[in-house]
Design a protein around this ligand. Structure first.
Ligand code: FAD
Length: 377
Protein backbone atom coordinates (compact mmCIF):
# COMPACT_ATOMS: atom_id res chain seq x y z
CA UNK A 1 0.00 0.00 0.00
CA UNK A 2 2.67 2.49 1.02
CA UNK A 3 5.08 1.65 -1.81
CA UNK A 4 2.31 1.86 -4.42
CA UNK A 5 1.08 5.18 -3.01
CA UNK A 6 4.65 6.47 -3.18
CA UNK A 7 5.11 5.32 -6.79
CA UNK A 8 1.88 7.07 -7.76
CA UNK A 9 2.77 10.26 -5.86
CA UNK A 10 6.21 10.45 -7.50
CA UNK A 11 4.81 9.74 -10.97
CA UNK A 12 2.24 12.51 -10.47
CA UNK A 13 5.15 14.87 -9.68
CA UNK A 14 6.70 13.96 -13.04
CA UNK A 15 9.31 11.40 -11.95
CA UNK A 16 9.98 8.31 -14.00
CA UNK A 17 9.04 5.44 -11.67
CA UNK A 18 9.10 1.65 -11.71
CA UNK A 19 7.35 -0.30 -8.94
CA UNK A 20 8.85 -3.69 -8.18
CA UNK A 21 6.40 -5.97 -6.39
CA UNK A 22 6.96 -9.59 -5.50
CA UNK A 23 3.27 -10.57 -5.59
CA UNK A 24 0.37 -9.05 -7.53
CA UNK A 25 -2.16 -7.67 -5.02
CA UNK A 26 -5.36 -9.66 -4.57
CA UNK A 27 -8.23 -8.32 -6.67
CA UNK A 28 -11.03 -6.59 -4.76
CA UNK A 29 -14.62 -7.32 -5.87
CA UNK A 30 -17.71 -5.48 -4.66
CA UNK A 31 -19.76 -8.66 -4.42
CA UNK A 32 -17.39 -10.33 -1.97
CA UNK A 33 -17.78 -10.00 1.80
CA UNK A 34 -15.44 -7.57 3.55
CA UNK A 35 -11.89 -8.81 3.78
CA UNK A 36 -10.47 -9.58 7.24
CA UNK A 37 -7.64 -7.03 7.01
CA UNK A 38 -9.04 -3.57 7.58
CA UNK A 39 -7.38 -0.35 8.67
CA UNK A 40 -8.58 2.90 10.15
CA UNK A 41 -7.56 5.59 7.68
CA UNK A 42 -7.03 9.08 9.08
CA UNK A 43 -8.15 12.27 7.30
CA UNK A 44 -4.49 12.96 6.32
CA UNK A 45 -4.43 9.63 4.44
CA UNK A 46 -7.76 10.31 2.71
CA UNK A 47 -6.36 13.72 1.67
CA UNK A 48 -3.22 12.15 0.23
CA UNK A 49 -5.19 9.45 -1.61
CA UNK A 50 -7.57 12.13 -2.91
CA UNK A 51 -4.62 14.11 -4.26
CA UNK A 52 -3.52 10.93 -6.04
CA UNK A 53 -6.98 10.63 -7.61
CA UNK A 54 -7.93 7.33 -5.94
CA UNK A 55 -9.88 8.27 -2.80
CA UNK A 56 -13.24 8.85 -4.53
CA UNK A 57 -13.09 5.38 -6.07
CA UNK A 58 -12.24 3.83 -2.69
CA UNK A 59 -14.97 5.80 -0.91
CA UNK A 60 -17.57 4.88 -3.53
CA UNK A 61 -16.56 1.19 -3.40
CA UNK A 62 -16.87 0.44 0.34
CA UNK A 63 -15.71 2.39 3.38
CA UNK A 64 -17.18 2.85 6.82
CA UNK A 65 -16.82 6.37 8.19
CA UNK A 66 -16.70 6.61 11.97
CA UNK A 67 -17.65 9.72 13.86
CA UNK A 68 -16.92 8.65 17.44
CA UNK A 69 -14.27 6.82 19.38
CA UNK A 70 -14.62 5.39 22.88
CA UNK A 71 -11.53 4.13 24.65
CA UNK A 72 -11.83 2.77 28.16
CA UNK A 73 -9.78 1.08 30.84
CA UNK A 74 -11.19 -2.20 32.15
CA UNK A 75 -9.42 -1.86 35.52
CA UNK A 76 -10.53 1.66 36.46
CA UNK A 77 -13.55 2.10 34.18
CA UNK A 78 -12.15 5.51 33.08
CA UNK A 79 -13.14 6.45 29.54
CA UNK A 80 -11.91 8.75 26.79
CA UNK A 81 -14.53 9.95 24.29
CA UNK A 82 -13.73 11.54 20.93
CA UNK A 83 -16.45 12.94 18.70
CA UNK A 84 -15.95 14.23 15.17
CA UNK A 85 -18.26 17.20 15.63
CA UNK A 86 -16.10 18.42 18.55
CA UNK A 87 -13.19 18.48 16.07
CA UNK A 88 -15.27 20.32 13.47
CA UNK A 89 -15.35 17.26 11.18
CA UNK A 90 -17.99 14.95 9.76
CA UNK A 91 -15.89 11.90 10.71
CA UNK A 92 -12.76 10.95 12.62
CA UNK A 93 -11.69 8.50 9.91
CA UNK A 94 -12.76 5.57 7.77
CA UNK A 95 -12.51 1.81 8.23
CA UNK A 96 -11.31 0.47 4.88
CA UNK A 97 -10.19 -2.93 3.62
CA UNK A 98 -6.40 -2.98 3.01
CA UNK A 99 -7.10 -5.00 -0.12
CA UNK A 100 -9.39 -2.31 -1.57
CA UNK A 101 -6.80 0.43 -1.08
CA UNK A 102 -3.95 -1.68 -2.47
CA UNK A 103 -6.01 -2.83 -5.47
CA UNK A 104 -7.21 0.70 -6.32
CA UNK A 105 -3.67 2.06 -6.13
CA UNK A 106 -2.35 -0.85 -8.21
CA UNK A 107 -4.87 -0.15 -10.95
CA UNK A 108 -4.07 3.56 -11.04
CA UNK A 109 -0.32 3.06 -11.53
CA UNK A 110 -0.06 2.37 -15.24
CA UNK A 111 -2.31 5.25 -16.30
CA UNK A 112 -0.03 7.54 -14.26
CA UNK A 113 2.99 6.24 -16.17
CA UNK A 114 4.41 3.93 -13.47
CA UNK A 115 6.06 0.85 -14.88
CA UNK A 116 4.76 -2.11 -12.86
CA UNK A 117 7.29 -4.89 -12.67
CA UNK A 118 5.53 -7.89 -11.15
CA UNK A 119 6.21 -10.54 -10.04
CA UNK A 120 9.64 -9.12 -9.25
CA UNK A 121 11.51 -10.29 -6.18
CA UNK A 122 14.41 -7.92 -5.46
CA UNK A 123 17.24 -10.18 -4.32
CA UNK A 124 19.93 -7.58 -3.70
CA UNK A 125 21.21 -4.23 -4.87
CA UNK A 126 24.48 -2.37 -5.29
CA UNK A 127 24.94 1.32 -4.77
CA UNK A 128 27.14 2.92 -7.44
CA UNK A 129 28.39 6.47 -7.76
CA UNK A 130 25.46 7.57 -9.94
CA UNK A 131 22.83 4.78 -9.61
CA UNK A 132 21.49 1.83 -7.67
CA UNK A 133 21.55 -1.48 -9.53
CA UNK A 134 18.93 -4.03 -8.49
CA UNK A 135 19.19 -7.77 -8.97
CA UNK A 136 15.86 -9.47 -9.48
CA UNK A 137 15.23 -13.19 -8.95
CA UNK A 138 15.21 -14.71 -12.43
CA UNK A 139 15.11 -11.33 -14.22
CA UNK A 140 17.31 -8.72 -15.86
CA UNK A 141 18.98 -6.23 -13.49
CA UNK A 142 17.38 -2.81 -13.27
CA UNK A 143 18.94 0.48 -12.31
CA UNK A 144 17.62 3.75 -10.95
CA UNK A 145 18.86 7.07 -9.57
CA UNK A 146 17.01 6.44 -6.30
CA UNK A 147 15.72 3.34 -4.53
CA UNK A 148 12.65 3.78 -2.33
CA UNK A 149 12.53 0.82 0.06
CA UNK A 150 8.98 -0.07 1.13
CA UNK A 151 9.18 -3.85 1.55
CA UNK A 152 7.39 -4.02 4.91
CA UNK A 153 8.33 -4.68 8.53
CA UNK A 154 10.58 -7.66 7.73
CA UNK A 155 12.49 -5.49 5.21
CA UNK A 156 15.50 -7.33 3.83
CA UNK A 157 16.41 -4.38 1.63
CA UNK A 158 16.76 -2.16 4.70
CA UNK A 159 19.35 -4.59 6.05
CA UNK A 160 21.16 -4.58 2.71
CA UNK A 161 21.26 -0.78 2.82
CA UNK A 162 23.17 -1.23 6.10
CA UNK A 163 20.43 0.35 8.21
CA UNK A 164 19.76 -1.24 11.59
CA UNK A 165 16.34 -1.17 13.24
CA UNK A 166 15.64 -1.08 16.97
CA UNK A 167 12.61 -1.94 19.00
CA UNK A 168 11.11 -4.87 20.83
CA UNK A 169 8.99 -7.90 20.19
CA UNK A 170 5.71 -7.47 22.04
CA UNK A 171 5.34 -11.28 22.25
CA UNK A 172 1.73 -10.57 21.34
CA UNK A 173 -0.48 -11.42 18.38
CA UNK A 174 -3.36 -9.37 17.06
CA UNK A 175 -6.32 -11.72 16.53
CA UNK A 176 -8.71 -10.36 13.90
CA UNK A 177 -12.26 -11.38 12.93
CA UNK A 178 -15.45 -9.75 11.68
CA UNK A 179 -18.33 -10.20 14.10
CA UNK A 180 -22.02 -9.41 14.35
CA UNK A 181 -23.20 -7.98 17.65
CA UNK A 182 -26.57 -7.57 19.33
CA UNK A 183 -26.31 -3.78 19.35
CA UNK A 184 -25.45 -1.50 16.40
CA UNK A 185 -21.90 -0.14 16.29
CA UNK A 186 -23.18 3.46 16.05
CA UNK A 187 -20.36 4.48 13.65
CA UNK A 188 -18.05 4.28 16.65
CA UNK A 189 -14.57 2.78 17.05
CA UNK A 190 -14.61 1.05 20.46
CA UNK A 191 -11.47 0.01 22.29
CA UNK A 192 -11.20 -1.54 25.74
CA UNK A 193 -7.85 -1.95 27.47
CA UNK A 194 -7.95 -5.20 29.44
CA UNK A 195 -5.33 -6.86 31.60
CA UNK A 196 -4.44 -9.10 28.64
CA UNK A 197 -4.28 -6.32 26.03
CA UNK A 198 -6.55 -3.99 24.04
CA UNK A 199 -9.59 -5.22 22.12
CA UNK A 200 -10.99 -2.94 19.43
CA UNK A 201 -14.34 -3.18 17.68
CA UNK A 202 -14.19 -1.16 14.48
CA UNK A 203 -17.41 -0.35 12.60
CA UNK A 204 -17.81 -2.04 9.20
CA UNK A 205 -19.97 -0.82 6.31
CA UNK A 206 -22.25 -3.88 6.51
CA UNK A 207 -23.15 -3.28 10.18
CA UNK A 208 -20.73 -5.83 11.61
CA UNK A 209 -17.60 -4.88 13.54
CA UNK A 210 -13.99 -5.81 12.93
CA UNK A 211 -12.26 -7.11 16.05
CA UNK A 212 -8.57 -6.40 16.57
CA UNK A 213 -7.66 -8.17 19.80
CA UNK A 214 -4.03 -7.94 20.94
CA UNK A 215 -3.09 -10.81 23.25
CA UNK A 216 0.03 -12.44 24.68
CA UNK A 217 1.13 -15.18 22.26
CA UNK A 218 0.00 -18.17 24.37
CA UNK A 219 -3.41 -16.63 25.06
CA UNK A 220 -3.78 -15.68 21.37
CA UNK A 221 -3.18 -19.33 20.45
CA UNK A 222 -5.91 -20.39 22.92
CA UNK A 223 -8.34 -17.83 21.50
CA UNK A 224 -7.54 -18.90 17.93
CA UNK A 225 -8.31 -22.52 18.86
CA UNK A 226 -11.81 -21.70 20.19
CA UNK A 227 -14.83 -22.72 18.15
CA UNK A 228 -17.11 -19.95 16.86
CA UNK A 229 -19.51 -19.98 19.82
CA UNK A 230 -16.70 -19.91 22.40
CA UNK A 231 -14.88 -17.16 20.48
CA UNK A 232 -18.06 -15.03 20.37
CA UNK A 233 -18.50 -15.48 24.12
CA UNK A 234 -14.84 -14.63 24.86
CA UNK A 235 -14.93 -11.54 22.61
CA UNK A 236 -18.17 -10.40 24.29
CA UNK A 237 -16.59 -10.74 27.74
CA UNK A 238 -13.38 -8.97 26.65
CA UNK A 239 -15.37 -6.06 25.18
CA UNK A 240 -17.52 -5.94 28.33
CA UNK A 241 -20.60 -6.62 26.15
CA UNK A 242 -20.48 -2.95 25.14
CA UNK A 243 -22.26 -3.87 21.89
CA UNK A 244 -24.25 -6.63 23.59
CA UNK A 245 -23.48 -10.27 22.84
CA UNK A 246 -21.29 -11.21 19.88
CA UNK A 247 -23.63 -13.36 17.81
CA UNK A 248 -21.61 -14.57 14.80
CA UNK A 249 -18.01 -14.53 13.69
CA UNK A 250 -15.89 -15.16 10.62
CA UNK A 251 -12.86 -17.45 10.85
CA UNK A 252 -9.99 -15.76 12.69
CA UNK A 253 -6.52 -14.66 11.53
CA UNK A 254 -3.63 -13.30 13.57
CA UNK A 255 -0.54 -11.16 13.16
CA UNK A 256 2.62 -10.95 15.31
CA UNK A 257 3.24 -7.53 16.85
CA UNK A 258 6.52 -5.72 17.22
CA UNK A 259 7.89 -2.25 17.67
CA UNK A 260 10.61 -1.33 15.26
CA UNK A 261 12.13 1.93 14.09
CA UNK A 262 14.99 2.15 11.60
CA UNK A 263 18.08 3.97 12.81
CA UNK A 264 18.11 6.14 9.67
CA UNK A 265 15.54 6.64 6.93
CA UNK A 266 18.14 7.27 4.20
CA UNK A 267 21.51 5.80 3.23
CA UNK A 268 23.31 6.71 0.01
CA UNK A 269 20.75 6.55 -2.79
CA UNK A 270 18.16 4.69 -0.72
CA UNK A 271 15.27 6.00 1.35
CA UNK A 272 12.95 3.99 3.62
CA UNK A 273 9.26 4.38 4.16
CA UNK A 274 6.21 2.56 5.51
CA UNK A 275 6.63 -0.47 7.75
CA UNK A 276 10.17 -0.93 6.40
CA UNK A 277 11.00 2.26 8.33
CA UNK A 278 8.69 1.88 11.33
CA UNK A 279 6.37 -0.83 12.63
CA UNK A 280 4.08 0.19 15.49
CA UNK A 281 1.53 -1.44 17.81
CA UNK A 282 -1.94 -1.40 16.19
CA UNK A 283 -3.59 0.02 19.34
CA UNK A 284 -3.66 3.52 17.82
CA UNK A 285 -4.56 2.35 14.29
CA UNK A 286 -1.78 4.47 12.82
CA UNK A 287 0.81 2.25 11.04
CA UNK A 288 -0.36 2.81 7.47
CA UNK A 289 -1.28 6.41 8.20
CA UNK A 290 2.28 7.15 9.30
CA UNK A 291 3.54 5.42 6.14
CA UNK A 292 1.29 7.56 3.97
CA UNK A 293 2.64 10.67 5.75
CA UNK A 294 6.13 9.49 4.74
CA UNK A 295 4.88 9.38 1.15
CA UNK A 296 3.53 12.94 1.28
CA UNK A 297 6.81 14.23 2.73
CA UNK A 298 9.06 12.34 0.32
CA UNK A 299 7.09 13.38 -2.77
CA UNK A 300 7.13 16.99 -1.54
CA UNK A 301 10.88 17.08 -0.80
CA UNK A 302 11.92 15.33 -4.04
CA UNK A 303 9.45 17.30 -6.15
CA UNK A 304 10.59 20.66 -4.76
CA UNK A 305 14.25 19.80 -5.34
CA UNK A 306 13.63 18.78 -8.92
CA UNK A 307 11.42 21.79 -9.66
CA UNK A 308 14.27 24.01 -8.41
CA UNK A 309 16.64 22.24 -10.82
CA UNK A 310 18.59 20.50 -8.04
CA UNK A 311 19.81 16.92 -7.92
CA UNK A 312 16.96 15.27 -6.02
CA UNK A 313 19.22 12.40 -4.95
CA UNK A 314 21.73 14.74 -3.23
CA UNK A 315 22.44 13.62 0.29
CA UNK A 316 21.20 16.84 1.94
CA UNK A 317 17.85 16.52 0.08
CA UNK A 318 17.32 12.89 1.12
CA UNK A 319 18.42 13.76 4.66
CA UNK A 320 15.76 16.47 4.84
CA UNK A 321 13.10 13.79 4.27
CA UNK A 322 14.87 11.30 6.52
CA UNK A 323 15.27 13.63 9.52
CA UNK A 324 11.74 14.93 9.39
CA UNK A 325 10.05 11.53 9.05
CA UNK A 326 12.36 9.67 11.39
CA UNK A 327 11.69 12.04 14.25
CA UNK A 328 7.92 11.94 13.60
CA UNK A 329 7.85 8.14 13.17
CA UNK A 330 10.02 7.49 16.23
CA UNK A 331 7.92 9.83 18.36
CA UNK A 332 4.68 8.10 17.33
CA UNK A 333 6.18 4.63 17.84
CA UNK A 334 7.41 5.55 21.34
CA UNK A 335 4.11 7.18 22.25
CA UNK A 336 2.11 4.06 21.27
CA UNK A 337 4.65 1.90 23.08
CA UNK A 338 4.24 4.04 26.22
CA UNK A 339 0.45 3.62 26.02
CA UNK A 340 0.89 -0.15 25.65
CA UNK A 341 3.15 -0.28 28.74
CA UNK A 342 0.92 2.06 30.72
CA UNK A 343 -2.11 -0.18 30.26
CA UNK A 344 -0.19 -3.45 30.63
CA UNK A 345 0.96 -2.60 34.16
CA UNK A 346 -1.66 -3.70 36.65
CA UNK A 347 -0.32 -2.76 40.13
CA UNK A 348 -3.36 -1.60 42.21
CA UNK A 349 -2.03 1.91 43.02
CA UNK A 350 -1.07 2.36 39.40
CA UNK A 351 -4.48 1.41 37.97
CA UNK A 352 -6.13 4.01 40.22
CA UNK A 353 -3.60 6.64 39.10
CA UNK A 354 -4.10 5.62 35.46
CA UNK A 355 -7.87 6.00 35.87
CA UNK A 356 -7.34 9.53 37.20
CA UNK A 357 -5.03 10.28 34.28
CA UNK A 358 -7.50 9.02 31.67
CA UNK A 359 -10.33 11.01 33.25
CA UNK A 360 -8.14 14.13 33.39
CA UNK A 361 -7.25 13.82 29.68
CA UNK A 362 -10.93 13.35 28.86
CA UNK A 363 -11.86 16.48 30.81
CA UNK A 364 -9.06 18.63 29.36
CA UNK A 365 -10.55 19.91 26.10
CA UNK A 366 -7.36 21.42 24.58
CA UNK A 367 -5.25 18.30 25.29
CA UNK A 368 -7.93 16.00 23.88
CA UNK A 369 -8.29 18.20 20.81
CA UNK A 370 -4.50 18.13 20.32
CA UNK A 371 -4.50 14.30 20.54
CA UNK A 372 -7.35 14.05 18.02
CA UNK A 373 -5.67 16.54 15.68
CA UNK A 374 -2.44 14.54 15.83
CA UNK A 375 -4.26 11.27 15.07
CA UNK A 376 -5.99 12.98 12.13
CA UNK A 377 -2.56 13.92 10.78
C1 FAD B 1 -3.76 -6.26 13.15
C2 FAD B 1 -3.28 -4.99 12.52
C3 FAD B 1 -4.12 -3.89 12.48
C4 FAD B 1 -3.69 -2.69 11.90
N1 FAD B 1 -4.54 -1.62 11.89
C5 FAD B 1 -4.14 -0.46 11.32
C6 FAD B 1 -5.02 0.68 11.30
O1 FAD B 1 -6.14 0.64 11.77
N2 FAD B 1 -4.56 1.83 10.72
C7 FAD B 1 -3.32 1.91 10.16
O2 FAD B 1 -2.97 2.99 9.64
N3 FAD B 1 -2.47 0.85 10.17
C8 FAD B 1 -2.85 -0.32 10.73
N4 FAD B 1 -2.00 -1.40 10.74
C9 FAD B 1 -0.67 -1.27 10.14
C10 FAD B 1 -0.71 -1.41 8.62
O3 FAD B 1 -1.37 -2.61 8.26
C11 FAD B 1 0.71 -1.39 8.07
O4 FAD B 1 1.38 -0.26 8.58
C12 FAD B 1 0.73 -1.31 6.55
O5 FAD B 1 -0.02 -2.33 5.98
C13 FAD B 1 2.17 -1.38 6.04
O6 FAD B 1 2.18 -1.23 4.65
P1 FAD B 1 3.53 -1.26 3.83
O7 FAD B 1 3.11 -1.02 2.40
O8 FAD B 1 4.56 -0.38 4.43
O9 FAD B 1 4.11 -2.74 4.01
P2 FAD B 1 3.53 -4.14 3.52
O10 FAD B 1 2.06 -4.12 3.50
O11 FAD B 1 4.22 -5.18 4.34
O12 FAD B 1 4.02 -4.25 2.00
C14 FAD B 1 5.31 -4.62 1.63
C15 FAD B 1 5.27 -5.04 0.16
O13 FAD B 1 6.60 -5.29 -0.30
C16 FAD B 1 6.60 -6.46 -1.12
N5 FAD B 1 7.96 -7.03 -1.01
C17 FAD B 1 8.57 -7.47 0.12
N6 FAD B 1 9.83 -7.88 -0.16
C18 FAD B 1 10.00 -7.67 -1.49
C19 FAD B 1 11.10 -7.90 -2.38
N7 FAD B 1 12.28 -8.39 -1.95
N8 FAD B 1 10.94 -7.59 -3.69
C20 FAD B 1 9.77 -7.08 -4.15
N9 FAD B 1 8.70 -6.84 -3.34
C21 FAD B 1 8.83 -7.14 -2.04
C22 FAD B 1 5.52 -7.35 -0.51
O14 FAD B 1 5.03 -8.26 -1.48
C23 FAD B 1 4.47 -6.31 -0.09
O15 FAD B 1 3.53 -6.06 -1.10
C24 FAD B 1 -2.40 -2.60 11.34
C25 FAD B 1 -1.54 -3.70 11.37
C26 FAD B 1 -1.97 -4.90 11.96
C27 FAD B 1 -1.05 -6.07 12.00
Amino acid sequence: MVGAACALALARRGFSVALLEAREPQAWHAGEPEDLRVIALAPSSARLLDGLGVWRGIEAARVSPYAHMRVWDAASGAELAFDATRQGRAQLGWIVENKLVAWTLWNALEAAGVRRVCPAQVESFTQREDRVVLDLAGGEPLSAALLVIADGAGSRLREQAGIAAHGRDYHQRAVVAHVATERAHEATAWQRFTQEGPIALLPLADGRSSIVWSLPEARAREVLALDDAAFCEAAGVASDFRLGRVTTTTPRASFPLRLQVAERFAAGRCVLLGDAAHAVHPLAGQGANIGLRDVAELAGVLGEARDAGRDFTASHILQRYARCRRSAGALDARAFDAVERMFAWQAPGWTALRGLGVRAVDALGPLKRALAAHAAG
